[in-house]
Ligand binder design. Structure first.
Ligand SMILES: Nc1nc2c(ncn2[C@@H]2O[C@H](COP(=O)(O)OP(=O)(O)OP(=O)(O)O)[C@@H](O)[C@H]2O)c(=O)[nH]1
Ligand SMILES: [Mg+2]
Length: 354
């Protein structure tokens, strides 16, 4: 899972990135131009630890989240600056965006207006999508004038026109009700306003915990959490015991990292399944609704190509009955076909033949 940290210049993206990933990236003013900072962090999951205790594998592999800290977005940047356009292009590869909104006094003493920041950044994303949609439409029309008119192109033209009309009303694409087929047609564009969006309200220590209403005033379909970015970055540099004391003082129950990954899993509708054995115990991510065949493809394309059956049992049952043998005796060991909808906590083994 890739999560992009975006926001206006100086909103604290790099500070939040450091807090999330225990990195030491420089928070000196980037001017919005630098290469993004990237860090991969494993998703702590005590189920993986329990499975490793049971199977004692040679290798234990956790699911991972990649955090990408982008340079600041400036107002009007999407239309005017080449580096902003390049940065937006990289943002399109993210699975979800986390918008960092400043809730502390700015470098020039400006009071924070986090909701306004959310709106402004949203507008830039919208403009960037508009440019992509308009460019593509123009090319399709050029194709028509040269006699290239296929059914697929006509369908694409239709959906692009409705997207442009929708964006013109200042509404993100994620608010459109698209059919699965339409989603598929536009998937390649990776529209920014079609990505799941989370907001991180980045507060200073005085404001932290006092913005209750703010968190519920976010745009439709977009969930917010509050961080004390700078404070939490400093926490991430302490040892666990010390950090726990400071966290308690501020009323923070869980690390920034754990709060954001939890929200991301919920927002994206991700679930975890596991593969187990004496070689490797491993956690994998899928989207809610994905099938056994999708699970096979996540592990390796050969497994999907030669898919026969998925052997399946539940993590909870394994813990309750202690062993695979116990699970078989209770009749809880199942064989599932390729359309089986994988559930969070399933332990799978794919039978295949290529
Ligand atoms: N008081 C306070 N200051 C913060 C907080 N987060 C960041 N800052 C300060 O804001 C300034 C900018 O922080 P960065 O993390 O570099 O912000 P950025 O969004 O990465 O900035 P650009 O990459 O230049 O757009 C630094 O001086 C930080 O110390 C916070 O939660 N509270
Ligand atoms: Mg930065």
């Amino acid at each position: 899972m890739k999560i992009g940290l975006i926001g206006l210049q100086g909103s604290g993206k790099t500070t939040v990135f450091n807090a999330l990933t225990r990195s030491e990236a420089s928070t000196a003013h980037s001017g919005g131009k630098s290469e993004p900072n990237v860090a991969v962090v494993k998703v702590l999951d005590e189920r993986v630890d329990r499975l490793a205790e049971i199977y004692v594998p040679k290798k234990t592999v956790y699911a991972t989240v990649e955090f990408v800290d982008f340079g600041g977005i400036s107002i009007g940047g999407s239309r005017e600056s080449a580096s902003a356009a390049a940065s937006m292009a990289t943002m399109r590869n993210m699975d979800a965006l986390a918008l960092v909104a400043r809730n502390f006094q700015g470098a020039m003493g400006e009071d924070p207006v986090p909701l306004e920041d959310v709106r402004v950044v949203g507008d830039e994303l919208l403009i960037s999508d508009m440019i992509v949609a308009e460019n593509r439409l123009e090319r399709i029309e050029k194709g028509y004038s040269r006699g290239q008119r296929t059914d697929t192109l006509v369908k694409e033209e239709k959906i692009l026109r409705s997207i442009i009309a929708h964006l013109n009303e200042n509404r993100p694409i994620r608010e459109m009700e698209l059919t699965q087929q339409e989603e598929k047609l536009i998937r390649g564009f990776q529209f920014l306003t079609n990505k799941p969006l989370m907001v991180i309200v980045n507060s200073d220590e005085d404001r932290f915990g006092k913005s209750g209403n703010l968190l519920s005033e976010m745009p439709k379909g977009c969930r917010a959490i509050e961080f004390a970015g700078k404070f939490e970055m400093e926490l991430s540099r302490l040892d666990e015991e010390e950090a726990a004391l400071f966290m308690e003082d501020m009323g923070i129950t869980d690390s920034a990292y754990s709060r954001l990954t939890k929200l991301a899993y919920e927002t994206l509708g991700y679930i975890s399944f596991f593969t187990v054995g004496s070689d490797e115990v491993r956690a994998w991510n899928l989207r809610k609704g994905d099938t056994a065949l999708d699970a096979a493809a996540t592990i390796h394309s050969d497994l999907a190509r030669g898919f026969i059956r998925a052997e399946c049992f539940r993590y909870d049952d394994l813990i309750q009955f202690g062993s695979e043998k116990g699970i078989r005796e209770k009749g809880l060991f199942r064989l599932e076909g390729k359309d089986y909808e994988v559930k969070d906590g399933d332990i799978l083994s794919i039978r295949f033949n290529v």
